[in-house]
Structures are given as structure tokens and as C-alpha cells.
Design a protein around this ligand. Structure first.
Ligand SMILES: C[S@@+](CC[C@H](N)C(=O)[O-])C[C@H]1O[C@@H](n2cnc3c(N)ncnc32)[C@H](O)[C@@H]1O
Ligand code: SF4
Length: 375
């Protein structure tokens, strides 16, 4: 069982907060697609895994014509074994999702949409430099719901000058539509973004961490009242609507990444493709190495299990630690985790440790104290 992630490295315009890999020039589009198809062929050699999920992420996959998405799916289905009912997700931006485009997509193999709404508040959308406004965001969800029930939307909270009231009004829109899935991320000020330069120049002031947590806690309580399961730090879903693709990452299953900057994991090695469109095309065309890779040690695997366990509702099981890593790892974990159980950031049920709402928010910091270090 495996998943395929396709990174579409193009966007219409750069959002002020984003440091994912993308280009706003489409001049290499055709060659990137052809190189991706070649990469699909290369990575299919000797691979007999059943593909259960395909995920088009980015960048902005909805920026591509549906025929271009179909061409990529077609090449995957010719080279890989696909399960009978795969989850095939496309990340889409509201300004691309006209009613005609949604209808077109619904006639393709795409059976799940992840729409980058970010906010229903026009002031916030402007500050983010999104290419849509709140009216377009709402209209595109209405159009999408005519053809899809497996829809997720992305939101960002903890925006400068936001408060519980502005955040509640964003969440009210999600619960009023009873959407089946939402991913909501706390804003991070990433290096080399416009937002970072605004902060450095004192044009904007990041929200205080306590106020960001207040919004996170409010969201968890509200979504739980509306029967959403917070199955990962930022992910909320109705029963039966967990993202199979994302769950596979968190359960450390294998996936094949295609396209510039895409990451892959084969159970032993993690690899990452070059994050530059022109270099990616050049290396693939000239049969050169287009990725770097690293072998995970048992310590890396333990650290990843602890990290994902703290962020997800599957948690960290002592039996799993004992069976997969041995008693010394289990002992190390038990000794270190006790402090977080005492401070109510982690709770234990039978032999499974899961984070509380605050614990999930602080998962990175807690994990760093539970990690082992490669010597
Ligand atoms: C890389 S984007 C791709 C999706 C699509 N291009 C879009 O913009 O909707 C994936 C998601 O990551 C989140 N994201 C990206 N940068 C972020 C940041 N600095 N802070 C918080 N969330 C961020 C956004 O919610 C975004 O929808
Ligand atoms: S958030 Fe999405 S649309 Fe905006 S720059 Fe990043 S990848 Fe592109």
C-alpha cells in the first residue's frame, strides 16, 4: 500500500505568508509536466505497491487545465497498480474554481477537493495577498458542494489583529455548511516571505502566542461540539472523512513524491527532489540525480513515531514502542513523558499516550524533550 504525491510548482501570485516551492512564471509548464511523466516512469520501475491515494498539492494544482491533471493521472494508471477506489485529491484555489471548472473536475478522476480558503474575512485575505475575496470563497464552496461531498477547506488563524470574534465568525461559516473536513493552521512567519519583512519593518505585529493558543483552544472545543474529530493537530473531520492521504503520512506509510521539491518515503529512505523547476527539468532530461536521500536510523524512526503520535489522536503506544524499538526506547519514553502527564499536557489511556488540546499545540516542544539523539 502506497500513496503518490504530485507537487504542482506554479501559482498565480505569491501569498505573503508562503514559502512553499512555486514559480509565478508558467514558461516551464509544459516541460515540468513532461518531466513529471518521466519521473513517474522512473519511479514505477520495480514498484509493485498498490496505490491507494493520489494527492495533487502545490503550488496551485487548480491552476492547471483539467486535461493536464488527467494526463498525469493517466500516466500513473499506466505505470502503477491502483486500488479499486483510490482517494484522488486536488488542492484548489477559489479563484480557479468556477462552476464550469468544478463540473469538469467532477467528470475527471478527482474525487476530493481541498480548497485554500484561508479566511472569509476580506481584511485578512488582503493582508495574506490572496487572489480571491470572501464572496468568491463562499461562492466557490457552494459550487463545489453541488458536485462533491468530500471537500476540505484550509483556514489560517492567529492572524495579526485577529481575535476570538473574527476567528469565531470564520469557524461559524464552516459549521453552518456542515463541511466534512477542515484543516486550520496557526500562522507561521516563514523566512524569506513578505510577511517576515513586514514584521522586521514593524509594519505588522505578530499576534501574541497566548492569543494564538486561545483561538486554537476555542476551535477545538467548538469543532468537537459540532462532531468533528481533531484527528491531527490541524485537521478536523466528520466520521468517515479523514484524509486518507494525510493519515498515511502520519501513520508513516510509504509514499512516492513526483515533481520539483516533492518528498518520498519508502519505509527506509526519505528523499526530496530538487526545489527548482529549471534544474528539475534539466536533471530529469539528462538522466542525472534529481533528488537527495537519507536512510532513517532506528532513532530517527522512534523520533518520528513520537512526533506524529503527539500530534495525532492515534497517540503513542507502549506496546508499539516495545515491539518496534525494544525495551530501552520504551523506558526512555516512559521516564521522559511523566512530566508532561503531571502537567496535563499528555493523558494516558490503557497503554496509549495522547496529547491534550494544549499538548497538541505545544507538540513540537514536548517532542524535543522525548526525542533521542543520533550520536
Ligand atoms: C502550500 S498551500 C497549497 C494550497 C493552495 N495553493 C492554497 O494556497 O490554497 C497549503 C496550505 O498551507 C497553509 N500554509 C502555507 N503557509 C502557511 C503559513 N506560513 N502559516 C500557516 N499556514 C500556512 C495554507 O493554509 C495553505 O492552504
Ligand atoms: S499559499 Fe498556495 S497559492 Fe499561495 S503562494 Fe503558497 S502555494 Fe501558492
Amino acid at each position: 500500500m502506497s500513496g503518490i504525491y504530485i507537487h504542482i510548482p506554479f501559482c498565480k501570485q505569491a501569498c505573503h505568508y508562503c514559502n512553499y516551492h512555486f514559480s509565478t512564471s508558467l514558461k516551464n509548464k509544459e516541460s515540468v509536466i513532461n518531466s513529471m511523466i518521466k519521473e513517474i516512469e522512473i519511479k514505477s520501475i520495480g514498484n509493485n505497491d498498490m496505490i491507494e491515494t493520489i494527492y495533487f498539492g502545490g503550488g496551485t494544482p487548480s491552476f492547471f487545465d483539467t486535461s493536464e491533471i488527467n494526463k498525469i493521472i493517466d500516466s500513473i494508471s499506466k505505470k502503477f497498480k491502483i486500488s479499486t477506489n483510490p482517494e484522488i485529491t486536488l488542492e484548489a484555489n477559489p479563484d480557479d474554481l468556477s462552476s464550469i471548472k468544478v463540473k469538469e473536475l467532477s467528470n475527471s478522476f478527482i474525487n476530493r477537493l481541498s480548497i485554500g480558503i484561508q479566511s472569509f474575512n476580506d481584511r485578512e485575505l488582503k493582508l495574506m495577498n490572496r487572489s480571491h475575496n470572501s464572496k468568491e470563497a463562499k461562492n466557490c464552496i457552494d459550487d463545489a458542494l453541488k458536485y462533491y461531498d468530500n471537500i476540505s477547506i484550509d483556514l489560517i488563524f492567529g492572524m495579526p489583529d485577529s481575535n476570538l470574534k473574527t476567528w469565531e465568525s470564520n469557524l461559524n461559516y464552516v459549521t453552518s455548511l456542515d463541511l466534512n473536513h477542515m484543516s486550520a493552521y496557526a500562522l507561521t512567519i516563514e523566512p524569506k516571505t513578505a510577511l517576515e519583512s513586514f514584521v522586521k519593518k514593524n509594519i505588522i505585529k505578530p499576534l501574541d502566542e497566548d492569543l494564538v493558543f486561545e483561538q486554537h483552544e476555542f476551535m477545538c472545543n467548538k469543532m468537537s461540539k459540532h462532531e468533528y474529530i481533531n484527528y491531527e493537530l490541524s485537521s478536523f473531520a466528520k466520521k468517515g472523512y479523514f484524509s486518507k492521504n494525510n493519515s498515511a503520512y502520519w501513520l508513516r506509510k510509504k509514499y512516492i513524491g513526483i515533481g520539483p521539491s516533492a518528498h518520498s518515503f519508502d519505509g527506509t529512505y526519505r528523499s526530496w527532489n530538487v526545489s527548482n523547476n529549471a534544474l528539475y527539468i534539466k536533471d530529469i532530461t539528462n538522466n542525472k540525480m534529481f533528488f537527495e536521500k537519507e536512510k532513517l536510523s532506528i532513532i530517527d524512526k522512534y523520533n518520528e513515531y513520537v512526533m506524529t503520535g503527539l500530534r495525532t489522536y492515534w497517540g503513542i503506544s507502549l506496546t508499539y514502542l516495545e515491539n518496534n524499538f525494544g525495551s530501552s526506547y520504551k523506558k526512555h519514553f516512559e521516564n521522559k513523558v511523566i512530566k508532561f502527564v503531571d502537567s496535563s499536557l499528555v493523558v494516558v489511556n490503557n497503554d496509549v499516550f495522547t496529547s491534550t488540546i494544549k499538548g497538541k499545540f505545544l507538540a513540537d516542544g514536548i517532542a524535543s524533550e522525548l526525542f533521542l539523539i543520533n550520536l
